[in-house]
Design a protein around this ligand. Structure first.
Ligand code: C2O
Ligand code: CU
Length: 462
């Protein structure tokens, strides 16, 4: 089975223009949103295929898009309708440690039938998301995730603000979820890379746009493991934010928008084609496995305007403290190790037998017996991530946004802020952040099978 929409849908009635540009659900101000994780069904493929039994928030896959203004308080009552414990983690959001949703580290897991109230101020504007942090590979792999959009006080001017939650599913021919979660091969290789890609919970087909309009497109990769590299053809998207944090607007390198697991990319795209045109978006990440992600079809309507909107697209920066990588900074190194065909640290035989294939600084579950490192509050930490494996790893630090200082010793000219950095095989990346938020923070690979198989640890801020 292939995951291309054309192949997957071969023989099916054309799905038609799916509601890919659906409106957001706002949290009623002053009130709280209830988010219930529970089994439900979803028409992932459509056409003649049956609905898929999934786990969703509020019976929806992805869960409801939560939208607030910067500075507002997010209040969410999380209810557990699953038959196993869960939590909600607010990915990329800088919040108090107790609200971070990591079981047995920042809170007790929410038992079946139980609930937990999350409350925090949305200090940064940007594109964030939420997902469980218990048995993540299965809970997220069965559909639990959703977008959290924090609007700028004064947003940039666009005609439409659109969110694409991109997921990757491993389905059987019957459209049921393949339940081989935790399969040894997935754990020790590239993670659970599926066969069916969805956009906002549906195998994408066509999305309609109007000539001349300017769209802000928020890409969120909620897949367990898959990286995307979207080629927008003749369109010229400008990247305006990465992981929710503004960057100087620029075109993607090589024209491809790369989004690794858990990452977000905000684009501004001027639809500069003519009425009736069609542009194919191709995912080119895995060599020899390119496929058509979606077709962007211009309606027959007259162009909205004749020349691109003349308005700035640079976003205002968030209140982040600039790290100072000088002599006073703490310098640490974290070596990523293990995996299939990799060099194993000495003495890890017993761990391998228990299904722990990945290590940080020679330790499986590196932080559970003690942190990878401790840094005093307010100090700058400069951390070198050394990938000593044959696999790529999107490494995520909870609670902070960090600057990328260099890759393989070459300064990163954009100095972007990220919360999840893709470290390629044998690459080393230097990141820096100000430890301004106390607590024990998880640091892990966001390929969920790698995280479950040992690639996680704790960074302690005292
Ligand atoms: Cu998306 Cu540990 O998080
Ligand atoms: Cu990994």
């Amino acid at each position: 089975m292939r995951f291309s929409r054309r192949n997957f849908l071969a023989g099916a009635a054309a799905a038609g223009a799916a509601p890919l540009l659906r409106p957001a659900m706002a949290v009623a101000q002053g009130g709280a949103l209830t988010l219930t994780a529970a089994p439900t069904t979803a028409a992932l493929i459509g056409g003649k295929w049956p609905d898929t039994a999934v786990w969703g928030y509020n019976e929806s896959v992805p869960g409801p898009e939560i939208r607030v203004r910067q500075g507002e308080t997010v209040r969410v009552v999380a209810r557990n309708g699953l038959d196993q414990p869960t939590t909600v983690h607010w990915h990329g959001v800088r919040l108090p440690n107790a609200m971070d949703g990591v079981p047995d580290l920042t809170q007790a897991p929410i038992a079946p039938g139980g609930e937990f109230v999350y409350e925090f101020e949305a200090v940064d504007a940007g594109t964030f998301w939420y997902h469980p942090h218990v048995n993540s590979m299965e809970q997220q792999g069965r559909g639990l995730s959703g977008a959290l959009i924090v609007e700028e006080a004064e947003p940039i001017r666009v005609d439409r603000d659109v969110t694409w939650v991109i997921d990757d599913w491993m389905l059987r021919e019957t459209a049921e979820i393949d339940d081989s979660f935790g399969h040894r091969g997935q754990m020790s290789h590239g993670g659970r890379i599926g066969n069916t890609v969805t956009l906002n919970g549906r195998v994408p087909d066509i999305v309609q746009v109007r000539a001349g309009e300017r769209i802000r497109l928020r890409l969120i990769n909620v897949a367990n493991a898959r990286t995307f590299s979207l080629d927008f053809g003749s369109l010229r998207p400008q990247i305006v934010a990465l992981d929710g944090q503004p960057v100087t607007p620029h075109e993607p390198e090589g024209g491809r928008v790369v989004v690794a697991a858990a990452q977000r990319v905000d684009l501004v795209i001027d639809m500069d084609g003519r009425p009736g045109d069609e542009v194919l978006v191709i995912d080119r990440y895995y060599r020899g496995r390119e496929y058509e992600f979606i077709a962007i079809a211009y309606t027959g309507e007259a162009p909205l305007r004749d020349s691109p909107l003349d308005a700035p697209i640079a976003l205002p920066r968030n209140p982040l403290t600039e790290p100072v990588p000088d002599d006073n900074a703490l310098r640490e190194q974290i070596v990523l190790q293990g995996g299939a065909m990799g060099r194993m640290p000495a003495g890890v035989g017993p761990f391998l037998e228990q299904g722990q294939y990945w290590f940080l600084n020679n330790l499986p579950d590196g932080g559970r017996d003690g942190p990878l490192f401790t840094v005093e509050r307010g100090r700058t930490a400069v951390v070198t991530l050394v990938n000593d494996t044959g696999w790529e790893h999107p490494m995520h630090l909870h609670g902070f946004a960090f600057r990328v200082l260099s890759r393989n010793g070459k300064p990163d000219m954009r100095g972007e802020w990220l919360d999840t950095v893709l470290v390629r095989p044998r690459e080393w990346v230097e990141i820096a952040f100000v430890a301004d938020n106390p607590g024990d923070w998880l640091f892990h690979c966001h390929i969920l099978e790698h995280m479950a198989a040992g690639m996680n640890g704790i960074v302690r801020v005292t």
